[in-house]
Design a binder for this molecule. Structure first.
Ligand code: F6P
Length: 320
């Protein structure tokens, strides 16, 4: 079993569930790969037992460690993964990850690796599953932050701009914006017009002492030509680096409206700490289903949530 990509609340709950189901139901012997695919490339695997994982259910992060390293970007990476699998006597790999990890999992399955995927990300942006675990926790943390910003905003008659994660989708922003009663929520799916946003805030504040909350998804974009934004930069794995749009939005609002405006970037706080009860339950259901999928021989598939039932779907569909 391995956890790849960014960490996410609920990872340990999945690991624990796979191990409990595997050990208790099927008498499996389970090992964990350290730091995602890196562990299988470098032959760094550790035993995982029910006893090892006691107390892990409410813990954030991942006891296995994680990384964005994948065998396709490392010299001889794929061969080294297959060599570790052979030398360790591994019959199946459960890969828990987001889009990047699952795409890599799909490619390795095409090359003959027996794999089952588990969808993970706070962004909730994996096709074919209605929810990924970690999303509910991130939304709860963002909503709590918005509630707290409300009271300080009200005391000062300010506009508070809060940036939330989500990469190229606005699920966290939309849910936290609705739950927190935001005045405006800016999401990547609907490019915004900063003049229109600012005018709406001015009209609202003209009516009296109104605190306003503007939630900005990190991937939100202005309508082309309406606001200057810096060129995109990428990390070493080719992922676009997001973050910072809220500061530009807050600057523009302050200049255009003349109303005191402050910015809060929630960042990795949304990913840290203990998962909500909802995410613990979803993670546990995914973990049990992943162990069952291995024993059903459902390789090349991913566990998913559809109409509140756990199903398996082809990895091909999941990463489209
Ligand atoms: O995909 C999860 C996520 O937290 C995104 O919401 C965010 O853009 C990204 O990961 C941050 O990545 P890193 O931890 O590498 O800064």
């Amino acid at each position: 079993m391995l956890t790849g990509g960014g960490d996410c609340p609920g990872l340990n709950a999945v690991i624990r569930a796979v191990v409990r189901r595997g050990e208790r139901r099927f008498d499996d012997e389970i090992v964990g790969s350290r730091d995602g695919w890196a562990g299988l490339i470098e032959d760094r695997v550790v035993p995982l037992t029910v006893d090892d994982l006691r107390g892990s259910l409410p813990r954030g992060g991942t006891v296995l460690g994680t990384s964005r390293i994948n065998p396709f970007i490392v010299a001889d990476g794929v061969e080294r993964v297959f060599e570790t699998v052979r030398s360790q006597g591994i019959d199946a790999v459960v890969a828990i990850g987001g889009e990047g990890t699952l795409s890599c999992t799909r490619e390795l399955h095409r090359l003959g690796l027996p794999v089952v995927g588990v969808p993970k990300t706070i962004d909730n942006d994996i096709g074919v599953t209605e929810r990924t675990f970690g999303f509910d926790t991130a939304v709860s943390i963002a909503t709590d932050a918005i509630d707290r910003l409300h009271t300080t905003a009200e005391s000062h008659n300010r506009i508070m701009v809060v940036e939330v994660m989500g990469r190229h989708v606005g699920h966290i922003a939309t849910h936290a914006g609705i739950a927190g009663g935001a005045t405006r929520t800016l999401i990547p799916e609907e490019p915004f017009d900063i003049a229109e946003v600012s005018d709406a805030l001015v009209r609202r504040h003209e009516k009296g002492r109104w605190a306003s909350i503007v939630v900005v998804a990190e991937g939100a974009k202005p309508i082309p030509g309406t606001m200057l934004i810096p060129e995109e930069t990428r990390d070493v794995y080719g992922h676009v680096r997001l973050g910072g749009i809220a500061t530009l939005v807050a600057d523009q609002i302050a200049k255009r409206s003349g109303i005191e405006t402050r910015v809060t970037v929630l960042g990795h706080v949304q990913r840290g700490g203990t998962p909500t009860a909802h995410d613990r339950v979803l993670s546990t259901r995914f973990g049990v289903a992943a162990a069952d999928a291995v024993h059903d021989g459902a390789f090349g598939s991913m566990v998913a949530l559809q109409a509140d039932r756990i199903v398996t779907v082809p990895l091909d569909d999941a990463v489209k």
